[in-house]
Ligand binder design. Structure first.
Ligand SMILES: *Cc1c(COP(=O)(O)O)cnc(C)c1O
Length: 433
């Protein structure tokens, strides 16, 4: 399997090169040359397959001959080495909990897969790889944890000082070893702009082999298909294909679900659930796509004005608006409604939503009221303990810290403070070793 650039002015590359470079030289996102279909026998008898076997057969065509069979089996098995429960919440909706990984958010799946692939590929080359990534919260922790101790890979994470939650900050600043956290006096957008400037800088490229660990990297994006299949293993008893509601920011997660569907996974309809950063729901309503300046909300991992993976959604449907709107509906959910939903769902069903899951729950509920014969799944993308202030204010109950996260509070934060200045970042990257 090769990957072509969506800007179409550079030649296709292997999975290995797409992973090492992140983005094509023409700045396009990489996209698979064909969408592999899953053997229908696997879908029909999905409950007979282990998670590992399923994950292996789904990822195998995407990695092609760049990773040997045994190594790939080990990589996928380690990637998904935690539960993905499907929990009934209301009469017609289920939560697919994606927060049981080491950093309590769904980004663990992509980060663990990518780090292992990159670690494997780095053995084959002399130069050290430097992963540079900006985070609004969850990406940083997942990437830090996924890459910790991976030989041949150095990780530099930029995060906005004072703008991530306490658990998120501990997750990305306490690793040490090959992980460095840069605490930027500025916003997430400043961090992202600094990273973008670094990728464009000729001096840095000469000195370092730089790559990004955002969902534009195919090795982070593609494995996110897996949990849609895992959900279907538990869902199958209900017989009819589910409606799936995805809380969206950069649209990597939804686009992975669409890829799973294109490969043969039964799904009735997808919901793009957004907070007020709703460029895509706007497009779905009107057919016109306008990116917007990002607005801060309580579901902050979704505060994206110009979602980078949307071009992949367009490519998947060959830019056909009618086909896109037949399978995806968009919803815009305000902070006020998100908070109200957290309170109501807790009171009615005893289920604690995080702000991102609450956006997806509300959008699904709206859709199901219009389509009463359907049943659906919403993705719970983060553990509520990552957003304790918002959630506890609505439920009136303290959220216990899961045992797997308690150790964080015994660790000491280590960060390098830096102004929101690319010149400072460049100077630091050029002189650190
Ligand atoms: C990153 C993130 C999202 C958005 O996912 P995308 O793939 O960027 O659309 C949603 N919820 C949480 C908790 C996240 O961390």
């Amino acid at each position: 399997m090769n990957y072509f650039s969506l800007n179409k002015s550079t030649p296709p590359v292997s999975f290995k090169d797409a992973t090492i470079h992140g983005q094509a030289p023409d700045k396009g996102l990489y996209f698979p040359e064909s969408i592999p279909t899953i053997d229908p026998h696997i879908i029909q008898h999905i409950e007979d397959y282990s998670k590992q076997a399923l994950a292996y057969s789904i990822m195998r065509p995407y990695t092609g001959n760049t990773i040997d069979e045994e190594t790939l089996y080990t990589i996928v098995s380690e990637t998904i080495d935690f539960p993905f429960p499907l929990i009934p919440v209301s009469d017609n909706s289920y939560a697919l909990e994606l927060f049981h990984g080491p950093t309590l958010a769904f980004k663990d799946v992509g980060a663990r897969f990518m780090s292992r692939c990159l670690g494997y590929f780095s053995h084959q080359q002399k130069e050290k790889i430097t992963v540079l990534v900006a985070t609004s919260g969850d990406t940083g922790g997942a990437v830090a944890n996924g890459f910790l101790g991976v030989e041949g890979v150095d990780v530099v994470i930029l995060y906005p000082s004072g703008k991530v939650s306490p658990v998120q900050e501990l997750q990305l600043t306490t690793c040490g070893q090959n992980i460095t956290a840069l605490e930027i006096t500025g916003s997430f957008d400043d961090c992202q702009a600094m990273v973008k400037d670094a990728f464009m800088d000729a001096d840095l490229h000469k000195k370092l082999q730089l790559t990004s660990a955002n969902s534009i990297n195919v090795a982070r994006w593609l494995p996110q298909q897996l949990y849609y299949f895992f959900a279907y293993r538990h869902w199958k008893e209900t017989q009819q294909a589910p409606v799936i509601s995805v809380p969206c920011g950069n649209f990597g997660n939804l686009c992975a679900g669409l890829l799973a569907h294109a490969g043969g996974l039964p799904v009735k309809h997808f919901i793009a659930a957004c907070n007020v950063n709703d460029a895509v729901p706007d497009y779905l309503r009107t057919g016109i796509y306008h990116t917007k300046a990002p607005v801060p909300t309580i579901s902050n991992a979704m505060d994206v004005g110009s979602p980078s993976n949307f071009v992949r959604v367009l490519e998947l449907f060959q830019h056909n608006y009618a086909d896109i709107t037949e399978i995806i509906s968009g919803y815009t959910v305000s902070d006020a409604i998100t908070k109200q939903t957290i309170g109501e769902v807790y009171k009615k069903y005893g289920y604690t939503l995080d702000p991102h899951g609450a956006v997806a729950y509300y959008a699904l509920d709206q859709y199901l009221q219009q389509h009463p014969k359907e049943k659906g799944i919403f993705l719970e993308t983060a553990h509520p303990v990552k957003f304790p202030e918002t959630v506890e204010a609505m439920t009136g109950k303290k959220i216990p810290v899961p045992a797997s996260a308690e150790y964080l509070f015994t660790k000491e934060k280590q960060s390098v403070k830096m102004d929101a200045s690319f010149a400072e970042l460049k100077e630091w990257l050029m002189n650190r070793h």
